[in-house]
Design a protein around this ligand. Sequence first.
Ligand code: ADP
Length: 203
Amino acid sequence: MTDIVSASETSSLRGIGGDLIIMGPPGVGKGTQAKALAQEHGWVQLSTGEVFRDHIRRQTDLGRRVKGYLERGEYVPDDVTVRMVRAKLEDIPPSTRVLLDGFPRTVEQAKALDRLFGEMGRHLGGVLLLDAPREALVARLNGRALAEHRADDTPEIIANRLDVYEEQTRPVISYYEDRGLVKRVSGLGSVADVSARLREAVE
Ligand code: ADP
C-alpha cells in the first residue's frame, strides 16, 4: 500500500484519465492556472468561486444567499455548495473531462464528491496541489488588494481566508494523499513558470 501511494505521488498524472481537481491556498494563482490548463486541454473548468460570483452579479436567489460569505472571506455552507456543484456536473457528459477548481474545500465536500462521482459514473484521476509559503501568499494578496481595491482583500480578510484554508482545506489534501492522488506543484515564480510545471505534471 505505501509503495503504491509513494509511487503515484512522485510520478506525473499522465495517462490516469478521469476528472481532475486543482487545489491551493488563496493567492497561489490557482484560478489563472486552472483556466489556462483547461483551455489548453479542452477540459471543462468548474470554478465554484466563479459560479458564486456570477450568481451575485446576476442577483439570483443563490447569489443573495452566498454574498455575505464571499465578502467576509468565509466558506459557503457545504450543503449549498454541494447542491450547486451537483447541478453543474449533471449538465456535463461523463466522457467530458472536468477540472474542478475551488471544490472540494472541506472534507465533508470531498466525501459528497465521492458520492456524486459514484452516482454519475465519473472517476477522479488526480489532484493538483499548487502550494506556496504563507508569507509569499500574504505579500501577493496584499499587493493585489492595493492594485484592484477588491472588497474581499482587506488585510484582516486575507488573514482570515488563509486561516480558514489551513483549518478546513488542509485536511482535504490528506484525504486525497491517503489515496495516492496528490501531485504537488510549486506556485512560486512567474505565471509562465508555474504553467510549465503544471503542464509537466499532467502530460
Ligand atoms: P480564491 O480567490 O481563493 O481563488 P475562489 O474564487 O475559488 O477563491 O472562491 C471565492 C469564494 O467563494 C471563497 O472565498 C468562498 O467564499 C466561496 N467558495 C468557493 N468555493 C467554495 C467551496 N468549495 N466551498 C465553500 N465556499 C466556496
